[in-house]
Design a protein around this ligand. Sequence first.
Ligand SMILES: *Cc1c(COP(=O)(O)O)cnc(C)c1O
Length: 424
Amino acid sequence: MKPETLCLHAGYEAKNAEARQLPIYQSTTFKYDTSQDMAKLFELESDDYMYSRLANPTNDFVAAKIAALEGGTAAILTSSGQAANFFAVFNIAGNGDHVVASATIYGGSFNLFAVTMARMGVEFTFVDPLCSDEELEAAFRPNTKAVFGETIANPALTVFDIERFAKAAHAHGVPLIVDNTFATPIHCRPFEWGADIVTHSTTKYMQGTASIIGGCVVDSGNFDWNKYPDKFPGLTTPDDSYHGVVYTEKFGLGKAYITKIMAQLMRDFGSTPSPHDSYLVELGLESLHVRVQRHTENALKIAQFLQNHPKISWINYPGLPDNPYYEIAKKYMPKGTCGVLCFGVKGGRAKAEEFMSYLKLATIETHVADSHTCCLHPASSTHRQMTDEQLKAAGVPADQIRLSVGLEDADDLIEDINQALERV
Ligand SMILES: *Cc1c(COP(=O)(O)O)cnc(C)c1O
């Protein structure tokens, strides 16, 4: 089935006389007739549920829908996109290990990797997504365990050459992890280009209405952990906390990686989403294909309007032909990129701030990728402690506005932006 159909039909399927819509299993725990039934759960011998910190049926139905959309073999929901990226990496890289990551990733992921995971003993080397083959090759070390990048980076809007990075990762015997939040499986399915694991912040387009924080990790089932048993002992040698279970042996390549996240990381860190929040993700997913298309069409129209506007100094949108990532974007996302674009207002920091104050439709907030158009001026908010020079070095110029285009009528949005620019 096509993604458009999977949005509605994958995951939960009602049997005879069952609820049409996904039930919310709002229960911490599950009841058993005998203690032997329960014992099986603690040996990972049963697919039944024991405690919602590890797994919950509502969450799993939604994860199954996302797995189907991405073309993966297994998936798990997390309480945030941050937790998804942390679990995706930490499941295979620990103290003494190393990871190669794109330098233009979400600020929260950069901080997680460069600061917090560094404190846990995982080292990261960050590479420019357009680096030379020599630079990419030089980033790998004998203890490298994964490569990480974002299909479309938030907010740099660089496009990741998935096929190229997958080849490099595989040549070094490690998987490629791709954060597919901005593209969504409607525009790009990274597994088709060689990625092994996909992550999402479901907070963004997947849920779509700025109502919940959530995440997801999806496995393609394609990476053969058994080929490199010395690199990935957590998957290929016995886990003493479950009486010596070997994940790849017991669950096969399709399920080993996600089962290990559930059995170890969810058990120990508890970054599990509320079943009610997962239900809201389910509702969002049912219209993902329609919404993403509209977000993208609206963003392209606004980008085309802005690129010729006399009060705009620059614009960054990978759907515009003169963007340095246009060709890569066309290869991976022939139907369009995303609803987020960045531009500079002539006159710098003060003028950008003034422009935002005149907007009537676009609200000022830190969020992106939801149904209402919103915008952010990093220099006066998220990055306000930095000087103009520091902002330039960080790739966030003082005049930059990030616009997340919603589902309103594009002409109404253009009119609003135009009147604000005219008043500046
Ligand atoms: C927002 C975001 C995250 C973090 O997700 P949360 O749900 O806010 O924790 C990770 N990656 C990308 C690309 C994002 O846009």
